[in-house]
Design a protein. Sequence first.
Length: 347
Amino acid sequence: MAITDTKLLAALGVLAALGGALYLTNKKQSEEAKTYTLGAKSSELPKIEISDDDVNKINKVTLHKPGKDGGAPTDITLVKKGDAWRLEQPDAEANQANVKSLIDNLKSLKVSELIDSGKTEYAKYQVSDELGLHAVFAKDGGTVFEAYFGENGGRGQMTRIAGKDGVYAIKGYSDYLYNRDLKGWRDLTLFKFEENDVESASIDNEHGSFSFAKKDGNWSGKFKAPKGTSGDIKRFDSSKVLDLIRAYRTLNADNFADKSKSAADLGLTTPTATLVFTLKDGAKREVKLGSTAEGTSRWVEVTGKSDFFSISSWAADWATSEEKKFQKEEAKDDKDKKKDEKKGEKK
């Protein structure tokens, strides 16, 4: 065999050996990679473990939301007193359902991915002290859960968990539950009553005085103009009284006045209208209407409430209406007759 052939065979042997070694290395790496299952990776992620007992013991929630574009930040503090939640500032009853939904959501939170293990990317993912929505859920004797929530994307909600370095993606987070404004945390229910419990109603406004009474299930209506005598409402439409009641049977405010505002500031020293419902048990629901608030809403003072609120124009218009609001539409023949009479007067 020639020397050249011998060298060639040796080279092929070395190449085969190297190829075999590479194959074995790749095979080993592939087998090791298979051991890195999703379960194995998930086991390394922090767990948000909040028990029903922890949820039931939460009695304080604080939410700090940084202002956007130079605006003022929003701070919400909710405190449980007895069985009810209240806002700390201003001191007012909280929307119980909204607070419950927020706290119940804690049990849905789950860390799904490690985004960055260090501290340098906090600002990038908007979970820094300055940019993140800071939420603290506390109970007597300690904190149940604390986190900073930032950017939201396809990978989940970017989150920094207090006490742990790094940025994590969390599933189950609801931005809607955490990002309500102050109005969204306040109970805006002014009063409730059953439609069939109303026995009478009265309205006093610039157009005159209305009185409605129910007897044997049927409504009657009277009207007195500012400089006139009292009498039955002509072409009275009793269904309009039912519409009035339905507009107020579950009266919710659409906003509330700042504590610095007085009754005079809101036009409530001399109300534009006063509406009173009297119920079967003698209880009354009274609403005084003032000046226009935001848009077409009206400021109101409601018996039993220490603050001033605004209600929608749809409800307010019933209290500020004229007599025709409670009348059936005039028949065409009667309209034509009146037109003819006016023409005759002109001649």
